[in-house]
Ligand binder design. Structure first.
Ligand SMILES: CC(C)(COP(=O)(O)OP(=O)(O)OC[C@H]1O[C@@H](n2cnc3c(N)ncnc32)[C@H](O)[C@@H]1OP(=O)(O)O)[C@@H](O)C(=O)NCCC(=O)NCCS
Length: 209
């Protein structure tokens, strides 16, 4: 996430967490040494001829029509890399974001959200994959997060990536007094986790090109 993405990421936050208070001050978060944020952006048409833009039998007609693919942009160590594509031009459309705080050896996922219109297209999963990968590169041993007990869609995504329910924070959410599940992974660097992570990443890449 760059400074220029902040208005769009704030817009996404307001769209997907309308009852959240207070809203995240992303400008400040970009200065926070503990925080790491990634955005998924819609590929500007015509920049590349990726296979992703081609129709794929594994996708629904609507997904093929949308022809969506995105890049996850990363900033760390002063250099910029992109795991899925080249750096994009200004004015790109941000469709999702993820953030985590790295505290000692724990990556605490603070937010993940995809614009409503772009959900169920593999973007949330892509963001989770990239954030877990970055967290590992930065030395995280485990990843953890809180999720509303009623947010079964997000829980399914986390469970897919090995997050387990390890506790409950009662009345954690101030808007409706809802409880939060605390979910944590097994050690990210364990051989078993790595093998499963690779399998999932490959399967995501196959499914979404
Ligand atoms: C949760 C969220 C980030 C998922 O992103 P997404 O792009 O829609 O999800 P994906 O298409 O990448 O789905 C990946 C996996 O997540 C799970 N999943 C995601 N949404 C789901 C839903 N509504 N119901 C059931 N499973 C769901 C599935 O396991 C799915 O894998 P599959 O496609 O093989 O079944 C997105 O729905 C969102 O922004 N929600 C609102 C904000 C939010 O609740 N954030 C989490 C706060 S803790």
């Amino acid at each position: 996430m760059r400074l220029e993405d902040v208005p769009q990421v704030s817009e996404i936050e307001r769209e997907v967490f309308p009852t959240q208070w207070p809203f995240t001050v992303y400008k400040r978060e970009l200065q926070n040494k503990l925080a790491h944020y990634l955005v998924a952006v819609e590929e500007p048409a015509g920049i590349s001829q990726t296979a992703a833009a081609k129709p794929d039998a594994g996708r629904s007609p609507a997904e093929n029509e949308a022809g969506w693919w995105g890049w996850v942009r990363r900033l760390f160590g002063g250099g910029r890399t992109s795991s899925v594509g080249e750096e994009t031009a200004r004015g790109e459309h941000v469709v999702g974001a993820v953030g985590f705080w790295l505290m000692l050896d724990e990556a605490h996922i603070t937010t993940i959200g995809v614009r409503a219109h772009y959900q169920r297209l593999g973007i949330g999963e892509l963001l989770l994959i990239e954030s877990l990968e970055l967290a590992q590169q930065l030395g995280a041993r485990v990843a953890t997060l809180e999720v509303r007990v009623t947010n079964t869609g997000a829980q399914a995504l986390y469970e897919k990536y090995g997050f387990k329910r390890v506790g409950l924070r009662r009345k954690y959410y101030s808007d409706n007094g809802e409880d939060a599940l605390i979910m944590t992974t097994d050690p990210l660097t364990s051989a078993a986790y790595q093998a499963r992570f690779e399998e999932l990443r490959e399967s995501h890449a196959r499914k979404w090109n």
